[in-house]
Design a protein around this ligand. Structure first.
Ligand code: RBF
Ligand code: MG
Length: 334
């Protein structure tokens, strides 16, 4: 998959494409359905299958004080999109200047002039352009006028009747239910970040941890999680089972949230490396202990529980790809 950070001077191979358009934070089941719909149209037309997304998330520009809400880093987003068989990903920088472009100009200058799109696919609730005035109705109208195709993908619900939506997934994560979030995402939720230096206390406790930098992410429920930690290995990922604490470590009077991962059966130094931390299950809230001994004993219990839970879950894919699609996706309207 090629990643373009611009839309001018594109190689001819990337133009005349079918493009799925959206913010796609999470690349959840609903997003996957939009992107796959573009894929099957691209296949039928013999055209390149592309995705266009915006970074940083437009909401950040308009509400800079908004607490972090990101479900996927650009790295994870790109990785997920690539695993759907996409040929090119356009990542457009969303700044003030870009946000002042009207919906009509976005369609005519970017989609038509620069990309020469043959077909556009969006979700039913996608809005774009200055003042968020662009929507599927406008795309339908301008598609006829300009001579490209447009498909609007309806809302789809999971087998329990709940919509695939980023906001719902965020709420599950904030409430300590990563297992349910994973069902809506179509894969476990991951925090991906560089391993930074911690305060070295983990060794003393008998549970050395890798501290993962996670500034921009949504902050899920504080507490202890059963995790799978993935280390980049060439084109693939090596996975290790583990247990993690996400929180402020009240026992030591901390105030800044950190993610500390203890990997089972692993020895080595991870400083500076990228770690993918898939949150598989939530074990308990974080607690303030009276002393180190109580905390140590509790971590041993947590580790045992995490091992048992993980042993009963399907193994991760060695290539780090998403799980295959499942049923329950809605129909699209033309
Ligand atoms: N710190 C706390 O203050 N309260 C906890 O409940 C707590 N639970 C933990 C559970 C696990 C599995 C791990 C690995 C760490 C936990 N910690 C907790 C963090 C611990 O204090 C920290 O790893 C060391 O202080 C090293 O920074
Ligand atoms: Mg949505």
């Amino acid at each position: 998959m090629r990643i373009f950070r611009h839309f001018t001077d594109l190689p001819p191979k990337a133009r005349h494409c079918v493009v799925a358009l959206g913010n796609f934070d999470g690349v959840h089941h609903g997003h996957q359905h939009v992107i796959r719909t573009a894929g099957s149209i691209a296949h039928d037309l013999g055209a390149p299958h592309t995705v266009m997304t915006f970074e940083p998330h437009p909401r950040l520009l308009f509400n800079p004080d908004h607490p972090p809400f990101r479900l996927t880093s650009l790295r994870t987003k790109a990785h997920c999109i690539e695993s759907l068989g996409v040929d090119s990903l356009f990542v457009l920088h969303f700044d003030r200047a870009f946000s002042s472009l009207s919906a009509e100009d976005f369609i005519s200058q970017i989609l038509c002039d620069a990309l020469a799109v043959r077909h556009v696919v969006t979700g039913y609730d996608f809005v774009f352009g200055h003042g968020r005035k662009g929507n599927p109705d406008l795309l339908f109208r301008m598609a006829t006028e300009k001579g490209f195709g447009f498909t609007c993908v309806d809302k789809s619900v999971d087998p329990n009747g709940e919509a695939y939506a980023s906001t719902i997934i965020r709420t599950y994560l904030e409430n300590g239910n990563p297992a349910r979030a994973a069902e809506l995402l179509g894969r476990p939720w991951e925090i991906e970040g560089r391993v930074v230096k911690g305060d070295q206390r983990g060794g003393e406790l008998g549970f050395p941890t890798a501290n993962v930098h996670f500034d921009d992410y949504l902050v899920p429920a504080f507490g202890v999680y059963a995790v799978r930690a993935g280390i980049d290995h060439g084109a693939g990922t090596h996975w290790h089972d583990g247990v993690a604490n996400l929180g402020i470590r009240p026992t030591f009077g901390g105030d800044k949230a950190v993610l500390e991962v203890h990997l089972f059966d692993f020895e080595g130094n991870l400083y500076g490396q990228h770690l993918r931390v898939a949150m598989m299950d939530y074990l308990r809230p974080e607690k303030k202990f009276d002393g180190i001994e109580g905390l140590k004993a509790q971590i041993a219990v947590d580790a045992g529980l995490a091992k048992d839970l993980l042993a009963n879950m399907p193994p991760p894919h060695a290539d780090g790809d998403m799980l295959p699609p499942s049923a329950g996706q809605g129909d699209e309207k033309e």
